[in-house]
Design a protein around this ligand. Sequence first.
Ligand code: PLP
Length: 372
Amino acid sequence: MATSPFYPPQRILMGPGPSDVSPRVLQAMARPTLGHLDPLFVEMMDEVKGLLQYAFQTQNELTMPISAPGSAGMEACFANLVEPGDKVIVCQNGVFGGRMKENVERFGGTAIMVMDDWGKPVDPEKVEAALKAHPDTKILAFVHAETSTGVRSDAKLLTELAHQYGCLVIVDAVTSLTGSELRVDAWGIDAIYSGTQKCMSCVPGLSPVSFGSRAVDVIKTRKTKIQSWFLDMSLIMGYWGGGTKRAYHHTAPVNTLYALHEALVMVQAEGLENAWARHQHHHQALKAGLEAMGIRFVVEEAARLPQLNLITVPEGVDEAAVRARLLNEYSIEIGAGLGALAGKVWRIGLMGHACNTKNVLICLGALDAVLS
Ligand code: PLP
């Protein structure tokens, strides 16, 4: 049995997430725990909702963090919107579209898959063909920022297409929220979920979600009971809904919510557009350095995520050994490739608090030292 406290080393987290957490956020977590119905805590919850509306660029009333990681936000969207027998078109161009399919099927729906190669964005033409071929489709689901490949798909265009064919959209914004342009109301996104551990400089463990009015109508007029008690949004809103009448639903992760509040205050102070620009700026610097070292990017420039850089492992290099040396000698974590890309690529994250000039320089210097 361990008898001493655990003191983790100070890493530089430049993988696919979690990313470095701001010290301000860590300090906020260490503040005294309040009761989850304490009036002061409830006031802070209202602020979190308002700040999340800003981060998502939405006025949606049903905007709040689910008390669990990004996967729970994903599950909340599918659990609330999919009923047995529903048809859902799921776009897959990496790992996370595959999880959406699992969700659709587990909630009794039929998933129509639109497949694109890993490293490519979702192809709107294929999506339109699927929408035409399946006019009874209820939902189009896709990943805005595919963390497994560093690819951004055109969320605005895909949402427009879905609406033309009378469908709702569910969007995965785990890696895009506060790192890339994302405008829930202007783009008309119906349901969206994210995670706190990527571009928000926050700790892992919460999943911000937002549901627009069409999605709320669908939830209200369901014929069947939502198959998850914990993720039933109508029950969750008894606790997260505005006003003074809040009822116990589950014990909120009080200190983790302090962390999210602090992270969102920082996003607001920086300004969302400045945060998007910062991710782009440091990506450009990293790109220039990597290309000078002869390292190539996998994803076409227009679809590249600044916060997740997918690069090829140079010929003859043992990719796992390089990652191990970066971790052990420089305390830098970068990510490996997944699926078909395993062994062939690295994923370098520039997310949130970790997205800064110093990290770009340290990462380039360390990689150059390890490769030479
Ligand atoms: N969706 C995407 C695009 C992700 O990158 C992740 C996690 O990396 C998830 C969903 C799942 O989030 P979590 O690991 O917080 O459950």
